[in-house]
Design a protein around this ligand. Structure first.
Ligand code: AMP
Length: 515
């Protein structure tokens, strides 16, 4: 028997098995907040959304765009659109109006749902129906209503797109990644297995829900009947207080989020306040290699478990996972952190190879179907059954390490330098808050290593100090030859450094940006 996989399956199970359980704690006080809902109440909202879209003439396969920070209505939309064959297009709310307009146009969305705070990003248009999620314009869409307004069930097609996720702007124009129901289903269940999601889990949404559908974790947690706690704005202290008040057990996010959380924890200690979640909280991190010092501090200062994963929007995202093994029992925090700082081993059902150019290639059931309306880009990314990640890496002892984004490799005097390796070292300096290492042109060496550093508040740092610190820890050719201090570094909404932006001023007027 073959039953078509649908992301609707995750919610269906929760409503059937756990109707009276707490499903959602929406951000209190946010305009249009849904408050606290059980799974049966969440199911009603989802069916209501599906029915309303149907009444608006939005057919199976039509695109529904959503521009919103984390919100209860985002959770409803995952299921109210995709679960009924409509295609969700989550758009990064930190883009500007032009970038949003490009995606609305490119995806051909017929409906644009927009959070009230970001309504200015979406003008009225004849091309789509604009609905502001303020609790009034969208009243019918998210109403809790009875069985008289049931939506038509969708027969299902696991190879059709459940969402189109536009990649986060580290390249010039975003590309629309078509994630199929089969992609989302296999990713969510395998991710849920590797991170042992159970019905006891309470997920704090610290990862933007638009980013690769929250890495699929919202599906996994729903399928098990766990609870969702919405966090609209990310700051360390509110993460700690939500963990405390809601009994949160699971969080996902980029390494920068954990750095902020650790700072907030330090502040609490100074004030003599308790730190929540010891031996209860699991943190899943990806998007950038977490500095080993951050991993070590999460373990030693907070007593939280860190699980690293690696992947891309194109891979739904799970490719590798790194979680403490039974063989590591008894090792100290520093050694554990060192081991966990690698991207990990291939997840179940994933094959990974590193080609002769050092590029990581991947195959699995959750690698995407192709970019929306960009056949040439698709052809370049999916070659002979392998997805080309554009990341550089190597395997050692069965573990994959991401040594660089391909575009970021610094080649100085013929030697390859991993900017990530240098960043990791500089980040160990106690006065460093943020760091980016880039290659800049150099008349003698071709390229030379430059560090852009943000000092911790109140700390004074010098170029000499950083270079000497690196020289104690790295081969000399890997050490920066110059250091510049900045107030902040350009990052994407999900916390990744925008290296191309940081590099470009140094390469202006040159034909190639490698030397
Ligand atoms: P995105 O598609 O926006 O999620 O970005 C995916 C990119 O993030 C990958 O191609 C990697 O360059 C980077 N990335 C994701 N996870 C990791 C990780 N664990 N370590 C290093 N880089 C990562």
């Amino acid at each position: 028997m073959k039953v078509e996989m649908s992301v609707g399956d995750f919610l269906r199970r929760a409503v059937e098995v756990f109707p009276d359980r707490l499903a959602l704690v929406d951000e209190p006080g946010a305009e249009g907040s849904l408050g606290r809902l059980t799974y049966s109440e969440l199911g009603l909202r989802v069916r209501s959304m599906a029915r309303s879209l149907e009444e608006m003439g939005v057919g199976v396969g039509d695109r529904v765009a959503l521009i919103s920070p984390n919100a209860g209505k985002f959770l409803v939309s995952y299921f109210g659109t995709s679960g009924y064959g409509r295609v969700l297009v989550p758009i990064n709310y930190r883009l500007n109006a032009d970038e949003v307009a490009y995606i609305l146009d490119h995806s051909g969305a017929s409906v644009a749902l927009v959070d009230p705070e970001f309504a200015h990003l979406v003008p009225e248009s004849v091309n789509y129906r604009r609905i502001v999620l303020n609790g009034r314009d969208d009243e019918a869409l998210f109403a809790a209503q009875g069985p008289d307004r049931e939506p038509s069930e969708w027969v299902g097609d696991e190879d059709s797109a459940c969402s189109i996720n536009y990649t986060s702007g580290t390249t010039a124009r975003p590309k629309g990644v078509q994630m199929t129901h089969r992609n989302a289903w296999t990713n969510a269940t395998i991710l849920g297995w590797h991170t042992t999601v159970t019905d006891r889990d309470i997920l704090l949404h610290t990862l933007p829900m638009f980013h690769c559908n929250g890495w699929g974790m919202p599906y996994a947690v729903t399928g098990m009947g766990g609870a969702h706690v919405i966090q609209r704005k990310i700051d360390g202290e509110s993460i700690l207080s939500r963990i405390e008040s809601e009994g949160v057990t699971l969080l996902c996010g980029a390494p920068a989020v954990w750095a902020a959380t650790l700072d907030a924890a330090q502040q609490r200690l100074k004030e003599g306040r308790p730190l929540p979640g010891r031996d209860l909280v699991r943190v899943v991190t990806a998007g950038a290699p977490p500095p080993s010092r951050t991993i070590e501090r999460l373990q030693s200062e907070l007593g939280w478990e860190l699980i690293q994963i690696y992947g891309l929007t194109e891979t739904s995202p799970l490719l590798t996972v790194n979680r403490s093994l039974k063989e590591w029992d008894g090792i100290d925090d520093r050694e554990r952190a060192r081991r966990l700082s690698r991207a990990g081993t291939p997840a179940l059902g994933v094959q990974i190879e590193v080609d002769q150019n050092g590029e990581i290639l991947a195959r699995s059931n959750h690698v995407f179907a192709g970019y929306w309306n960009q056949p040439q880009e698709t052809e370049a990314a999916l070659v002979d059954g392998w997805f080309h990640t554009g990341d550089g890496g190597f395997f050692k002892d069965g573990y994959l390490t991401i040594s660089d984004r391909k575009k970021d490799v610094i080649i100085t005097g013929g030697e390859n330098v991993s900017s990530i390796e240098v960043e990791d070292v500089i980040f160990q300096h106690p006065s460093v808050a943020e760091v980016a290492v880039i290659g800049v042109p150099d008349p003698k060496w071709g390229e030379t290593v430059k560090a852009l550093v943000v000092a911790r508040e109140g700390m004074v740092l010098t170029e000499e100090e950083i270079i000497a610190f690196c020289r104690e820890r790295l081969s000399h050719f890997k050490c920066p030859t110059s250091v510049e201090f900045r107030d902040e570094l350009a990052r994407t909404a999900t916390g990744k450094l925008q290296k191309f932006k940081l590099r470009s001023p140094y390469w202006q007027g040159m034909e190639r940006h490698v030397n």
